[in-house]
Write a protein that binds this ligand. Structure first.
Ligand code: CP3
Length: 341
């Protein structure tokens, strides 16, 4: 039994004394201890070394006191396991020496044995579960197939992922083949995460909002739905689509336990669009953590009032930024814990 099960209760839609809180990208660069490790080990070494991944995963639990841990890893370990070379370049971010730009290149991408290629993730989960000692639940995650495709074709981060979109619209057959390979790998990968011990899963569709509603259905949602169908009976699944407010209605009928919302959609509107019954997670503007702690606390209480305390998980609308003072992240978490309806 998990001692602090607020997060799991909210995912089941149960009544809670206060909402649970965690922050997307909470295991990261705003933490001084994380920066110390970053000086010593490069990014994918940190992901591939279970002891380091465990140490980083538990940092925010001890330092800011979130109600759930999210495994330190990256969405891009999946395409790496599929045989694609991906580097993390300082000041650039994810970078591919050879982006995928043809049907031939898609054919060369493999659907791997996840236990062979990603065993280090499963080791990290087992080690982290021991370190957490059932204090709080552990979230596992994967990128959505569309978001992974964005990096594989574009070759790096982008403001509009124009090359990824161009490939989908000119070579739809190859694009769908690639999306299906990513989906099949992701389903096997996440089943392995559940076997290794994660208590919930989140699918990050960070670039879903780049697509029109019609293209979103074709190139993103269809594949996320397959992932939800395959996992929803094992653990609760959270679907987070940045900029995907237009899809909240369909997402609410998918079998996902909760939906992530970014800060461009008001809580009232998100409740309306998602039909009012499903648990929602979000949606504090990550930049608003730059406000003084007093202002943060006031705005967090307003956010909870607007979402309602039940069927709600307090979080940011996207990942925490590296320039956020730890005290401000702390104020965000404390504000949720101090909330009284
Ligand atoms: O949430 C957590 O704390 C768990 C760890 C986590 C990381 N990446 C660690 C990380 C998670 C859940 C991710 C997911 C991820 N990775 C997403 C989806 C979520 C989102 O924010 O949209 C995406 C798009 C990626 C791909 C990726 N990895 C990007 C765009 C970057 C940033 C590059 C940069 O330097 O700005 C990364 C690197 C990365 N992943 C960092 C961390 C802590 C920072 C780099 C470092 O620590 O060296």
């Amino acid at each position: 039994m998990i001692k602090n099960d607020l997060f799991l209760k909210a995912l089941r839609g149960e009544t809670v004394e206060r909402p649970p809180v965690w922050m997307m990208r909470q295991a990261g660069r705003y933490l001084p201890d994380f920066m110390k490790l970053k000086e010593k080990y490069d990014f994918f070494t940190r992901c591939r070394t279970p002891e380091l991944a465990t140490e980083i995963t538990v940092m925010p639990i001890h330092q800011v006191g979130t109600d759930a841990a999210i495994l330190f890893s990256d969405i891009l370990v999946v395409p790496q396991a599929m045989g694609v070379t991906i580097e993390m370049k300082p000041d650039v971010g994810p970078w591919l020496p050879t982006p995928i730009r043809s049907e031939k290149a898609v054919n060369q991408v493999v659907v791997p044995n996840v236990y062979e290629e990603l065993g280090y993730v499963y080791e990290a989960i087992k080690m982290t579960k021991e370190a957490l000692n059932d204090e709080v639940p552990l979230i596992g995650f994967a990128g959505s197939p569309w978001t992974i495709l964005c990096y594989l074709i574009q070759g790096q981060g982008s403001k509009n992922f124009d090359k990824a979109k161009a490939f989908c619209y000119t070579e739809p057959k190859a694009a769908h083949l690639l999306l299906q390979k990513i989906t099949d790998t992701t389903i096997a990968y996440l089943k392995g995460k559940v076997e290794a011990g994660v208590d919930a899963l989140q699918v990050f569709d960070s670039w879903g909002g780049m697509l029109s509603p019609v293209d979103y259905q074709e190139f993103s949602w269809k594949y996320i739905q397959q992932i939800i169908d395959a996992l929803k009976d094992e653990v609760p699944v959270i679907a987070f689509g940045k900029g995907c407010w237009f899809a909240l209605d369909e997402m609410s009928k998918s079998g996902a336990a909760a939906l992530g919302v970014d800060w461009t959609c008001s809580p009232q509107n998100a409740r309306y669009l998602s039909g009012g019954k499903i648990t929602l997670q979000g949606n504090f503007d990550p930049s608003r953590l730059l406000s003084p702690p007093k202002v943060i606390k006031k705005m967090v209480h307003e956010m909870i009032d607007a979402f309602g305390k039940d069927k709600y998980i307090a979080n940011l609308g996207h990942g925490i930024l590296p320039n956020i003072p730890v005290e401000n992240a702390q104020a965000f978490v404390d504000a949720v814990k101090e909330y009284k309806a």
